[in-house]
Design a protein around this ligand. Structure first.
Ligand code: GLN
Length: 269
């Protein structure tokens, strides 16, 4: 088993640290002894072949550039058609949809991987912690941080990822309090964090999809279920974030014990 994780255009879509999603997938594969490669794909090069593509958040101008480059490159669409996983966050989420607003106030065409359309919201920018309950019953609550002005409508070709408990997610107003969208192995979300560092179960869902897609494309046997990792540190962070993000606790300034930092906490390179 092997996995190629591609972080798409970090120089354009790297404002919010979402490249960490690629690092999380790469590390969680390697911690399990799965060969994994992490590629940083720059927009002046053809997009490489990969099993999982991660797109991050960015500013309005670079976002338009990234969408244009992806549309003319074509590889992301091809890879998604072949069953690769796409995880796209915020600006990335907007550009894999059908249209989104640019810095010029005009609507721009997206890559069209996901049936979502984004317009500029009329209200204040959505900034802050988000708590959302996934519609996939196998996933626990999602936590993350949002910072966007776009409001996103999920069309019939995709399903919302989660129901917002705290925050704005796809939009404000009754009936719009959903977060993110998913169709097949393509997922978009407004959650920064990076979202996969804050939600290891979501990381493992995408890892599982990525390994299945890789096996299908290479004509290999389907992977066995992922080995369980010791996520005590991730869970401590989640508990802290869930508590501080919950509706009754948003103003709380409680101090929390933090997990020690380290790159090789599980002793596996
Ligand atoms: N520019 C987009 C918006 O404000 C995306 C921002 C982001 O990626 N955080 O809606």
């Amino acid at each position: 088993m092997s996995l190629v994780v591609v972080v798409v255009y970090p120089e354009l879509l790297g404002t919010y640290g979402d490249g960490g999603n690629g690092v999380v997938l790469w590390r969680r594969a390697r911690w399990r002894g799965i060969r994994s490669e992490l590629l940083m794909a720059s927009s002046d090069q053809p997009l490489p072949d990969g099993d999982v593509y991660c797109l991050g958040g960015g500013e309005d101008g670079p976002q338009v550039q990234a969408a244009a480059a992806l549309r003319s490159d074509g590889r992301l669409q091809g890879a998604a058609d072949e069953g690769a996983v796409v995880l796209a966050v915020c600006a990335g989420y907007q550009i894999i949809g059908t249209s989104f607003p640019g810095a010029d106030g005009e609507q721009h065409p997206g890559v069209g991987l996901l049936d979502v359309a984004t317009v500029k919201g009329q209200g204040p920018r959505a900034v802050g912690e988000v708590l959302a309950g996934p519609f996939d019953p196998g996933l626990p609550f999602l936590t993350g941080f949002e910072n966007h002005s776009g409001v996103t409508t999920v069309g019939p070709g995709a399903s919302p990822l989660a129901a917002v408990q705290v925050g704005s997610g796809n939009g404000v107003g009754p009936g719009h309090l959903t977060e993110g969208a998913v169709s097949g192995r393509v997922m978009g979300t407004y959650l920064h964090g990076p979202v996969l560092a804050r939600n290891p179960a979501l990381a493992d869902l995408l890892l599982d999809w990525g390994l299945k897609g890789a096996a299908e494309r290479r004509g290999q046997e389907l992977p066995t279920p992922l080995a369980v990792l010791d996520d005590a540190e991730e869970e401590a962070l989640r508990a802290e974030r869930l508590a501080s993000g919950s509706p009754g606790r948003r103003r709380s300034r409680r101090r929390h014990r933090t997990a020690p930092a380290g790159d090789d906490l599980r002793g596996v390179p």
